[in-house]
Design a protein around this ligand. Structure first.
Ligand SMILES: [Zn+2]
Length: 381
């Protein structure tokens, strides 16, 4: 069955050949975009949806979340807002709750958060393990994630679990734990940060994952300058995420590489850190993605629109740059070319705003503007 969406006031395609179209239409068939062009030339289809001048853009591609978890960290958030600094060790609280939860509870919690994201226009989502930190709990986290989301990342190297030694834990991550998750994940990640994993440990984890054929991602430069960006670029990681504290060398290295700099403004705000220097990265020529980092500790939001508004209002990105980074940029960070753009052949992930242009995402911050969402050609909101 084909569906034609007519009356599109402004169509953001992220297709360099098509650019942005006014007064446009789109045709969806078999889960894919099969036509995009002027409204007046829209072909007939089995079903017609007139969006009456609203703006249409690709669904958000949220390339960084941690949604396989149980419990919450309201108390830690309250303490932080009262002046206590953020530390990586808070992760252990979620690890305890996650280990104690049943598979059914973890599945239901993940499903609830993914549904929440979909209702806000997210149509492609990555999530990570990393709150199990034992072979059994990482394996079931990966299995549950793989049953629900588009992209799964193994983050056994999130934190050395309480009671374990760092070196023996890294051995476990690189060996038995990696073997237990490898069939359910496409990516491996490491939290390369003071209080988590140092440079040598991070490299060991990433090299072991690469040997198993996994793509690489890195959490780096969140709480201070460090080796995260450098090793991500050296090892050819698809993305290095956070990038809050960058040296000039880091910026140059990112600009000269295929590694995407993924910035996580909701996390920077929720941890009262400075916002990542997205403007500096863009001006240097680096590829920037925007993601939510949805997790119960440092960034408990699934709202990509909030990230876009923050990027524009506080990080000096233009609306076009921010929208691109939250769609095509996320796709680039996941090395996918089927999502993040509305061109013929792409997955029919379509986000309709109750507004005449994407500018309203920043012009009307905090207002829920998602009006309709198609994912893989199915209307899901
Ligand atoms: Zn993260």
């Amino acid at each position: 069955m084909a569906t034609v969406i007519t009356g599109i006031g402004e169509l953001t395609t992220n297709d360099p050949e098509t650019g942005k179209l006014n007064d446009a239409a789109l045709v969806i068939e078999d889960g894919k975009i099969v036509w995009a062009g002027p409204n007046a030339q829209a072909p007939a289809a089995d079903e017609r949806v007139d969006v009456e001048g609203r703006a249409v853009l690709p669904g958000w591609v949220d390339s960084h979340t941690h949604l396989v978890f149980a419990g919450d960290r309201t108390a830690e958030f309250e303490a932080r807002m009262a002046g206590k600094p953020y530390q990586a060790g808070g992760i252990a609280v979620t690890v305890g709750a996650t280990r104690a939860a049943s598979d059914a509870e973890l599945t239901a919690n993940l499903r609830r958060h993914v549904d929440e994201a979909v209702r806000q226009g997210t149509t492609c989502l990555e999530t990570k393990t990393g709150y199990g930190l034992s072979v059994v709990d990482e394996a079931r986290s990966a299995r549950i994630a793989a049953s629900i989301v588009d992209e799964v990342t193994f983050l056994g190297a999130h934190l050395v679990p309480p009671g374990a030694g760092a070196e023996s834990y890294v051995d476990l991550v690189c060996g038995e734990m990696l073997d237990a998750v490898v069939d359910d994940v496409r990516w491996a990640d490491v939290f390369c940060e003071t209080g988590a994993f140092d440079e040598d440990q991070s490299e060991r984890v990433l090299l072991a994952a690469r040997d198993r054929g996994l793509g690489l991602r890195v959490h780096g430069n969140q709480l201070g300058e460090g080796p995260g960006v450098r090793i991500a670029v050296e090892l050819g990681a698809a993305s290095v995420d956070h990038c809050t504290y960058l040296s000039d060398d880091d910026v140059e290295a990112l600009a000269a590489s295929e590694t995407v700099a993924t910035v996580l403004p909701a996390c920077d705000l929720s941890t009262r850190q400075p916002l990542a220097p997205a403007r500096r990265l863009l001006d240097a020529g680096a590829t920037v993605a925007l993601a939510s980092n949805a997790n119960p500790g440092s960034s408990y939001t699934t709202s990509m629109a909030f990230c876009v508004a923050t990027a524009v209002l506080q990080m000096r990105m233009t609306v076009e740059e921010a929208v691109w980074s939250a769609t095509a940029g996320g796709a680039r960070a996941l090395r996918r070319n089927d999502v993040g753009a509305l061109r013929v052949g792409a997955r029919a992930d379509v986000h309709v705003l109750d507004a005449p242009s994407v500018t309203h995402l920043a012009y009307r911050p905090g207002v829920p503007l998602t009006w309709a969402v198609w994912r893989c050609g199915e209307r899901v909101f």
